[in-house]
Design a binder for this molecule. Structure first.
Ligand SMILES: Cc1cc2nc3c(=O)[nH]c(=O)nc-3n(C[C@H](O)[C@H](O)[C@H](O)COP(=O)(O)OP(=O)(O)OC[C@H]3O[C@@H](n4cnc5c(N)ncnc54)[C@H](O)[C@@H]3O)c2cc1C
Length: 497
C-alpha cells in the first residue's frame, strides 16, 4: 500500500493548486488523476479565471474587482443558495491562488487585451470583465506547465488512476481506494483527502436527476462523472439541494448533431449552431415566444441552457436576409454594430461555413429552410408559429418588446421574400456546478452538520459555493475553484499539522 501525507483526487483547477501548495510546504502529496495527462481536465480547456485584488490586476490598475465588490455581487446573485462565509474565504485566498498559477509558470492577459480595446470603462472598470484573467498558455502547453510545476515541488502524480472510495475508521478518513485503467487496485494510506473531480457533466443519470426532462449536451471532459459527489455521499457527506451548470457561451447545440461539437480549432463543427446566441426570435415547441432572447446574446454562459430546462428544445426562426447577413458579414454588422459587448467580440464573428454545412443540419433533422412559415411550422410541429411571427413583427416595427422586454437592437422583423430558416437547439454546458456541502474551510459536512475529519471538497463540486444559477461574472467557476485549492491545502495542514 502507498502512503501519503494527503491525497488529492483530480488534477484540474482546484486539485492542482491544492497539491502544489501542500508539496511546497514539504508535504508528501499523491495526486490521482483519472485521465492519462492533465489535458483531460476542464482546467486545460478554459479561457480564464476570475480574480480579485491580484498582482496582475494591480499592475493593470484594475481596482473595481475588489474582494468586497465581488462578495456583494456573488452573494446577492446566489442569495440563499450558498454559504456566504465560504464565498468570503474563497475571495480572500484568490490572489494567492493566482500567484500560485503564476509561480507554476502561467501568464495572464486582461479581457481588454484580448478584445484589443483600451476602453477602460467597458472592460477594465466593469464588474463582468475586469475580474477575468485569461490564461495565455493553452491545451497541451498548459498541461505540460502543470505537470512540470507539480513534479518540481515533489507531487507524486498517478495518471490513469481513478479514485473509487475513501477508507474510514471511527468516522475519520484513513485512505483512498482507486483503480488504474488496467483495472489494477491502488490503495493509499492517508489521513486527509481533497476531492476535486470537476462535477457530473458526463454522468447522464445525475444530469437527468438534477435537470429532469431537459435536452442537454455535455461539452466538457468525459472524465467528469460526478465521482467526487458519490465518494462524499458514501462517507456520509450531504449534498446541496440545488445544482446548476456553466452554460455553453459559443453557440447552441443539438442532440441530433452530437455532444462534443467542437473541431480541432475549437470552433463549433457546424456554424449553423451559432444562431442560438444572437438574440433573434426563438420559440418553444408550440411555436410561441417564451422569454427574452437577448439573454442568450448578452449572458450566454449564465443563461444559455436555461431555455432547455424550462421548455425543452427551442427553435430559432429567421428570414433568408438575416441568415445571409450572419453568414456573409456576421450578426454584429447585420445589426449595425449596436452597443452589445459580446457581439463585438464573438468567438465566431462570421458564420462563413454555415451555408456549406447547412445540408448536414438538414439531414440530421435540426435545420430546415422553406419558402413559407407554414412549411417551417409544419416541419417542426410549431403550431402557433405564424401568429407568433406576426406579433413579433409588430413588436419589431414599434421597437418595443411589450411581451418580454427585449432591447430594440435585437428586434429584427422576419420578412417575406427571402425564404425562412429554422433551427432546433437543445441546451449544452461546459460543466456542472454544486454538489457537496462543506463549511467555510471546505470540510465535508455530514447530516448533523458536523465535519467528517480528513475529508475536504473543492472545485466545481463545492455545493456551498455554487447554486443552481451560474454567476454572470466571467471566470467565476475557475476563480472559485483555484481559490478552493489554497483553502483546502491550508485546512489539511491545520488538521494534520
Ligand atoms: C471548454 C470549457 C471552457 C471553460 N471556460 C471557462 C472559463 O473561461 N472560465 C471559467 O471560470 N470556467 C470555465 N470552464 C469551467 C472550468 O473549466 C471549471 O470550472 C474548472 O476547471 C473546475 O475545476 P475543477 O478542479 O473542479 O475540475 P476540472 O478542472 O475539470 O478537474 C477535475 C479533474 O478530476 C479528474 N477526475 C474526475 N474523476 C476522477 C476520479 N474518480 N479520480 C481521479 N481523478 C478524477 C478529471 O479527469 C479532471 O482532470 C470551462 C469549461 C470547459 C469545458
Amino acid at each position: 500500500m502507498l502512503e501519503a501525507y494527503a491525497v488529492v483526487i483530480g488534477g484540474g483547477a482546484a486539485g492542482s493548486v491544492a497539491a502544489y501548495k501542500l508539496a511546497k510546504q514539504g508535504k508528501h502529496v499523491i495526486l490521482m488523476e483519472k485521465g492519462l495527462s492533465f489535458r483531460s481536465s476542464n482546467f486545460s480547456r478554459l479561457s480564464g479565471f476570475m480574480g480579485c485584488e491580484t498582482k496582475f490586476q494591480r499592475e493593470k490598475g484594475i481596482t473595481i474587482a475588489s474582494k468586497l465588490n465581488l462578495y456583494n455581487y456573488l452573494t446577492s446573485w446566489a442569495k440563499d443558495q450558498i454559504n456566504p462565509k465560504l464565498i468570503r474565504n474563497l475571495l480572500e485566498h484568490n490572489s494567492e491562488a493566482a500567484d500560485t498559477l503564476a509561480e507554476m509558470g502561467f501568464t495572464f492577459s486582461a479581457y481588454a487585451d484580448w478584445v484589443g480595446s483600451d476602453n477602460r470603462e467597458k472592460y477594465l472598470d466593469n464588474m463582468m470583465w475586469s475580474p477575468l484573467h485569461l490564461i495565455n498558455e493553452y491545451g497541451s502547453d498548459r498541461a505540460d506547465i502543470l505537470e512540470d510545476a507539480l513534479k518540481k515541488v515533489g507531487v507524486e502524480l498517478l495518471f490513469g488512476c481513478e479514485a473509487k472510495e475513501l477508507m474510514m475508521e471511527n468516522g475519520c478518513v484513513t485512505g483512498v481506494k482507486a483503480i488504474t485503467k488496467k483495472g489494477e487496485p491502488v490503495n493509499v494510506k492517508t489521513s486527509a483527502v481533497f476531492i476535486a473531480t470537476g462535477g457530473f457533466g458526463n454522468n447522464k443519470k445525475m444530469i437527468q436527476e438534477q435537470f429532469p426532462g431537459a435536452p442537454l449536451g455535455n461539452l466538457g471532459s468525459k472524465n467528469n462523472t460526478g465521482d467526487g459527489v458519490k465518494i462524499a455521499v458514501d462517507i456520509g457527506g450531504i449534498l446541496s439541494p440545488r445544482m446548476g451548470m456553466t452554460c455553453n457561451e459559443v453557440c447552441g447545440a443539438s442532440l441530433k448533431h452530437r455532444e462534443y461539437l467542437f473541431d480541432a480549432e475549437y470552433r463549433m463543427d457546424n456554424d449553423n449552431l451559432g444562431f442560438a446566441v444572437y438574440g433573434g426570435m426563438a420559440v418553444d415547441s408550440n411555436g410561441e415566444r417564451f422569454f427574452n432572447e437577448e439573454l442568450m446574446a448578452t449572458a450566454p454562459i449564465a443563461t444559455g441552457s436555461y431555455p432547455a430546462l424550462s421548455v425543452g428544445n427551442m427553435y430559432v426562426i429567421m428570414d433568408g436576409d438575416y441568415y445571409d447577413g450572419c453568414c456573409d458579414g456576421g450578426i454584429y454588422k447585420y445589426l449595425n454594430e449596436p452597443d452589445w459587448d459580446f457581439g463585438s467580440h464573438m468567438f465566431v464573428p462570421v458564420l462563413d461555413r454555415a451555408k456549406a454545412q447547412f445540408g448536414q443540419a438538414e439531414k440530421e433533422g435540426w435545420g430546415f429552410k422553406a419558402d413559407t412559415l407554414a412549411e417551417i411550422a409544419d416541419h417542426f410541429g410549431l403550431t402557433n408559429l405564424q401568429a407568433s411571427v406576426a406579433r413579433y413583427n409588430d413588436i419589431c416595427k414599434k421597437g418595443a418588446d411589450r411581451d418580454f422586454g427585449k432591447s430594440a437592437m435585437f428586434l429584427t422583423e422576419i420578412r417575406q421574400g427571402s425564404g425562412y430558416y429554422a433551427f432546433e437547439y437543445s441546451g449544452s454546458y461546459w460543466c456542472t456546478i454544486g454538489g457537496v456541502k462543506s463549511d467555510a474551510d471546505l470540510h465535508i459536512l455530514n447530516r448533523n452538520n458536523e465535519i467528517i475529519p480528513g475529508a475536504f471538497v473543492g472545485g466545481n463540486e463545492m455545493g456551498s459555493a455554487f447554486g443552481s444559477t451560474y454567476y454572470d461574472i466571467a471566470g467565476t467557476c475557475a476563480g472559485l475553484s483555484i481559490s478552493s485549492g489554497i483553502i483546502g491545502a491550508n485546512a489539511i495542514v491545520s488538521y494534520l499539522g
